[in-house]
Ligand binder design. Structure first.
Ligand code: PXP
Length: 239
């Protein structure tokens, strides 16, 4: 069965726009779980522009909730995450001025550092994932780094689908990487920029075990409600 991870960062974005307490990402995590989310993703960014440390601690302490904490390779963030002890951690690249995570990790350049970070989390029995671009070299490097999972950045694919351009080449890249990673014993996740249409296409790749979706889910919920949108995605990714 494919899993749906709901990224609730933008619940915090809306809360922070007022500087008050509503809507509460903690409540959103509980609600999303109740409505069928298999896991909750939160990104503790270096600039804390949405989820903050208090949110992360509170959300990661919810019993029986799989929280996937996205973090950069920044030393303080890593130290913090080791203290927060999420069930999963996903290492992502982070640039100060980006609007969102623009691409996958530069594994070749940062191999030593990322390998060390992965081992720190594995020692604490925290499952690890690397957010990477769909290319074969990065799958091989992921294996050397000894991550449990990878999350393939689907941003380019999503943009092609949204702009009604030919996405076959990008789809095949994602598929080939998913097949190779699975053969190597790495679990495959996918995420970034996904909506109903792009998810429906990618669900055909049987090796993808989890979709992590944020912006579209929260945006669409304004019109149809979070429960409805989660239900629709769950139906859509059903094997
Ligand atoms: N997966 C990862 C690793 C991400 O960094 C993000 C964005 O924070 C997402 C999934 C969700 O992307 P989107 O908000 O575009 O659905």
């Amino acid at each position: 069965m494919k899993r749906l991870g709901v990224n609730i960062d933008h619940v915090a974005t809306i809360r922070n726009a007022r500087g008050e307490f509503h809507p509460d990402p903690f409540e959103a995590a509980l609600f999303a779980k109740k409505k069928g989310a298999n896991s909750i993703t939160i990104h503790l960014r270096e600039d804390r522009r949405h989820i903050n440390d208090k949110d992360a601690k509170k959300i990661c302490s919810i019993d029986n909730l799989f929280v996937n904490l996205e973090i950069s390779t920044n030393n303080n963030i890593v130290k913090n995450a080791l203290k927060i002890k999420p069930k999963f951690v996903c290492i992502v690249p982070e640039n100060r001025n980006e609007i969102t995570t623009e691409g996958g990790l530069e594994l070749k350049r940062n191999k030593k550092k990322i390998k060390k970070i992965i081992s720190l989390f594995k020692n604490k029995k925290i499952r690890t994932s690397l957010f990477i671009n769909p290319n074969i070299k990065d799958i091989k490097l992921s294996k050397e780094i000894k991550t449990d999972c990878i999350e393939i950045h689907t941003g380019n694919f999503s943009n092609l689908v949204k702009s009604k351009r030919n996405f076959t080449k990008e789809f095949l890249k994602i598929k080939n990487c998913s097949v190779l990673a699975t053969k190597m014993g790495i679990e495959v996740h996918a995420g970034h920029g996904l909506d109903y249409k792009s998810t429906k296409i990618l669900r055909k790749i049987k090796e993808i075990k989890e979709f992590n979706i944020g912006h579209f889910i929260i945006g669409e919920s304004i019109f149809y409600g979070l429960a409805y949108v989660i239900r629709k995605f769950k139906k859509l990714i059903r094997d």
